[in-house]
Write a protein that binds this ligand. Structure first.
Ligand code: ZN
Length: 312
């Protein structure tokens, strides 16, 4: 039994429209689902990814409008690494971010580090070995430069260099030394790492809420049993409409989720217009009229382009 790499990573934003403009326009991802938080339906939950919303490409945000910026600290993810196909693509993105008014910086490793509107740490890295590319289509982003999915994530820990046995013995990550791990599935892999830190952080806009690993549907309950047997508290199975989920904290404090690969984001929407209409979990459908009035409308760049094309 193997986890199939990353499923998605979920963050907090203070401004849904700025979030959509940055990820679905500047970075050229596709907004694949516009819905609300299951537990707090008055808040948006936005999902971005490749053209089909494939696990491994998915970044999601809970919007808490006007939320104060947080700060990554102990037991929190601090940087997300997005893959691009080549070093030439890094040059393309350096220019595109500059044109969009976003500062970026080359690291010693040749990656491109920058932040989103909320201060979330992002890094573009050349995709290494063999993850099938998961790309979205954007008219201003040539296919040879488009983001190809998530490659890795880095978190803070007091004991960065101590092998974490929950990861290796229970979840099947390979430890590569120096706080670095690789999760290798059948198709996809993901790089996970801890960096040494001492400071406690603060949840808020621009911080990571949780990270979800992908499970074959048939293995999901076995993963739940395995985490429980290892002595970890794990939730019951939650039906998230597009996947089933279980949650637990890894020993350094980071909230982990294991999510099933099915049914996926086309479960309740035409793949052609994914992410364009407000979708509500069935238990919150009765709130639709109220939510459509109270949620700040979010303009999806795809809808805007299609409408502009139609009236031209
Ligand atoms: Zn999640």
């Amino acid at each position: 039994m193997k986890l199939e790499g990353l499923h998605h990573i979920t963050m907090i934003t203070g401004d849904a429209q700025k979030n959509v403009a940055f990820y679905a326009d500047t970075l050229g991802l596709r907004l694949v689902k516009k819905t609300v938080n299951f537990d707090q339906p008055e808040a948006y939950h936005l999902y971005f990814g490749d053209e089909t919303g494939a696990p491994g490409s998915i970044l999601t945000w809970f919007e808490f409008a006007g939320a104060q910026r947080g700060r990554a600290g102990l037991g929190m993810v601090h940087t997300l690494q997005l893959g691009v196909p080549s070093a030439a693509a890094i040059d393309f993105w350096e220019q595109r971010l500059r044109d969009a008014g976003s500062a970026s910086e080359r690291t010693a490793n040749g990656t491109l580090a920058f932040e989103d509107y909320d201060g979330l740490g992002l890094e573009l890295v050349v995709s290494d070995d063999g993850n099938p590319p998961l790309q979205a289509v954007h008219p201003e982003v040539p296919a040879e430069h488009a983001i190809v999915g998530l490659e890795g994530a880095r978190a803070y820990s007091l004991y960065a260099n101590v092998e974490e046995s929950l990861l290796t013995d229970v979840l099947g990550f390979d430890y590569e030394g120096g706080g670095e791990y690789k999760l290798q599935g059948e198709q996809r892999h993901f790089h996970w790492a801890y960096d040494q830190a001492e400071e406690v952080g603060e949840a808020g806009a621009g911080t990571v809420h949780h990270i979800a690993w992908a499970s074959q549907d048939d293995d999901h309950l076995k993963w739940q049993a395995r985490v429980r047997e290892a002595g970890g508290f794990v939730t019951d199975v939650r039906d998230r409409d597009y996947f089933n989920a279980i949650y637990f904290r890894e020993p350094r404090g980071i909230l982990f989720e294991i999510a099933t690969l099915s049914p996926g984001f086309a479960a309740d929407e035409d793949p052609q217009t994914l992410g364009e209409a407000l979708r509500l979990p069935k238990q919150h459908e009765h709130l639709r009229a109220h939510l459509e009035q109270t949620l700040q409308p979010v303009v999806n760049p795809r809808t805007a382009r299609r409408e502009a094309g139609a009236t031209r």
